[in-house]
Design a protein around this ligand. Structure first.
Ligand SMILES: Nc1ncnc2c1ncn2[C@@H]1O[C@H](COP(=O)(O)OP(=O)(O)O)[C@@H](O)[C@H]1O
Ligand SMILES: [Mg+2]
Length: 260
């Protein structure tokens, strides 16, 4: 029986989907059978980042009885497995409580499911929290995002869920930001780890890839791998090598070396 970890935030745009896709890639690398479930049902984006424009098989097809649940799982060439929702406006009327109900079946077949939640703390995010075993709150090192992280932490605890901690994403030492430890203090939760603001994240998505898969030497990729280690209670540390990463990416762009 696997574990469901919801990725919530309160504030939008902090990097929940980026974290869900890249932690899935990191867990895959560590040998775990991992799935990303797009719980941002009214505005699913994970599949778009991976280049499904749009996805031809979705949770909505399963809810309508058109296909089996297993048939809706998209296996990306990075190895990331994803279940997503329809972008169709008519499908917004679908019974999404039933969609979250599918997680009970999926849990039996996967070690870890990252449940990418929608922004806000309303019904959609609450369905994600309710459906999960553990909760991770993503934030940025800024006050508005961190106050929303605190609200998300308190909401998850009100549902009696164990909050693994906060992930502080888009850290930029060149900007006046909250120190990472301060984010944890304000959010009343331990800091699992932080992720640097790194162009490689954007650039990898431009190639429809999670950065962890395409740019393993990028600093952000090392940060994701370290967070995966921390969640798993492993000692293994990753450092990344920004120069090697930039050089391989440049070679890739001029077609001399193949990056995944
Ligand atoms: N560590 C990072 N470095 C640079 N850009 C990032 C990083 N994390 C996320 N982003 C970018 O921020 C934007 C919002 O991320 P997303 O994961 O969609 O947020 P959310 O799911 O919380 O709305 C995307 O353009 C993504 O590429
Ligand atoms: Mg998102």
């Amino acid at each position: 029986m696997g574990e469901i970890i919801s990725i919530i935030s309160g504030k939008g745009g902090v990097g929940k989907t980026t974290v869900a896709l890249n932690l899935a890639s990191a867990f895959n690398k560590k040998g775990y059978n991992t799935l990303v479930f797009d719980g941002n049902v009214s505005s699913p984006t994970g599949a778009l980042y991976l280049g499904y424009l749009p996805a031809d098989r979705t949770i909505n097809n399963v809810l309508k009885g058109d296909i089996e649940l297993d048939g809706a799982i998209l296996t990306h060439d990075s190895g990331v497995k994803l279940l997503t929702c329809s972008l169709g406006i008519a499908d917004l009327k679908s019974d999404y409580r039933k969609a979250f109900g599918l997680l009970n079946t999926l849990k039996k077949k996967h070690d870890v499911i990252f449940l990418d939640a929608g922004a806000g703390l309303d019904e959609e995010a609450q369905l994600a929290i309710e459906a999960s075993d553990f909760v991770i709150v993503v934030t940025n090192p800024e006050l508005p995002a961190t106050i929303d992280a605190l609200r998300a932490v308190r909401l998850a605890r009100a549902f009696n869920k164990k909050v693994l901690g906060v992930i502080v994403n888009k850290v930029n030492y060149g900007l006046p930001q909250l120190p990472v430890e301060e984010v944890g203090n304000i959010a009343e939760a331990p800091v699992i780890g932080s992720i640097i603001e790194d162009d490689a994240v954007h650039e990898a998505f431009a190639y429809n890839q999670p950065v962890v898969h395409m740019r393993p030497n990028a600093k952000a990729s090392a940060d994701f791998m370290n967070i995966a280690s921390k969640i798993l209670g492993e000692d293994k540390k990753y450092r990344g090598n920004a120069i090697l990463d930039r050089f391989s990416f440049w070679l890739h762009k001029i077609g001399l070396k193949y990056l995944p």
